[in-house]
Design a protein around this ligand. Structure first.
Ligand code: SF4
Ligand code: SF4
Length: 321
């Protein structure tokens, strides 16, 4: 059985252990969220206190200006709950070629948030909407009572603004399994989601992305509490797919934490595993360009098997057909 993720990548191709080219800068604006989902790997919630400051945002926007052509992938927590969210998105839209925001959309119904959907459409921001199922029972079970109804209301509102109805304003839904199993086939699940959501609620969207639950954060605690952690880790390892390993997202993405520190991905950020340069220093946004010039190595661990199991998993969905 495969036990060492690093060795496994090395045996496929040693180049897989480092960043290939930077295409996407993922930016985590903080861990505050209006929801408190059972499977949240960043353990976000209403009391989240890690909030990116405007000073760090300015440095990131400066980096984007110096490196045109990047995609910015904004995440949280709930990005909209950062007090300087509008400042950052506006700056990113000017400096980057493409901006996407990961949103739970239920935040639109929080106090003083009703302006957000229209503003997104004016900025032509791509939306990545987390919706772990097309049934109320499963969504409310994972995200809290009433989450499904609010999500549907928000998706309809976004459809009315033009999101998800053609290619102009992109709205993709993000699915993650409701327990300790791998996602089904992304293309098949997309057909099911589109059929169910349109038939029952008149909701449309562009693409469905499947993401495998990482055995970290709140989901890890849930597995531990139920005695399922070893079994889940084994499932990930036994389903290691070399083709998915060739496409792991950390070869083209860097994730920036709310204090400006750089990570290979959001999972490494949640585990406090920053990028380290050849001199042993933690890399932050101020020295990211210098680190890119010298080459960036991946920091790996057992959790990495969630990216290579089955069809693979990344922030933009499965990695192989
Ligand atoms: S999974 Fe998303 S919506 Fe749920 S608590 Fe975490 S950040 Fe918030
Ligand atoms: S967990 Fe992060 S570092 Fe590990 S393979 Fe996945 S994207 Fe790469």
């Amino acid at each position: 059985m495969i036990v060492d993720f690093r060795k496994e990548l090395e045996s496929i191709d040693p180049r897989l252990l480092s960043l290939d080219r930077l295409e996407t800068l993922q930016v985590n604006l903080g861990n505050r969220c209006n929801q408190c989902c059972a499977h949240c790997h960043v353990q976000a919630g209403p009391n989240g206190e890690e909030i990116m400051s405007r000073k760090v945002m300015e440095k990131i926007i400066g980096f984007l200006r110096d490196r045109p052509g990047l995609t910015v992938d904004v995440t949280g927590g709930c990005p909209e709950l950062n007090p300087d969210f509008k400042f950052f998105i506006s700056g990113a839209c000017e400096a980057a070629s493409h901006v996407m925001v990961r949103t739970n959309v239920t935040v639109f119904f929080e106090p003083d948030m009703s302006w957000v959907p229209q503003w997104y459409s004016e900025k032509k921001v791509t939306l990545m909407v987390s919706l772990p199922c097309y049934t109320a029972e499963n969504v409310d079970g994972q995200r809290g009572a009433g989450a499904f109804e609010k999500s549907i209301a928000a998706l309809r509102l976004l459809n009315d603004l033009g999101y998800g109805v053609n290619g102009r304003l992109q709205m993709n839904l993000v699915y993650n399994p409701g327990g300790d199993f791998l996602p089904g086939r992304q293309d098949q699940l997309e057909v099911d989601y589109k059929g169910e959501l349109h038939e029952r609620y008149g909701v449309r969207f562009n693409r469905l992305l499947t993401i495998t639950n990482a055995p970290i954060g709140r989901f890890k605690h849930h597995l531990q509490a139920n005695g399922q952690l070893d079994q889940y880790q084994r499932l990930l390892v036994e389903n290691f797919n070399p083709n998915a390993a060739g496409n792991i997202m950390c070869r083209t993405l860097i994730s920036i934490g709310c204090d400006g520190i750089a990570y290979n991905c959001d999972f490494n950020q949640a585990l406090d595993l920053p990028i380290i340069d050849p001199r042993g220093r933690i890399v932050s946004i101020e020295r990211l360009q210098e680190a890119l010039n010298g080459g960036i190595e991946l920091v790996t661990g057992d959790h990495c098997f969630c990216c290579t199991a089955g069809a693979g998993s990344s922030c933009t969905g499965s990695l192989v057909k």
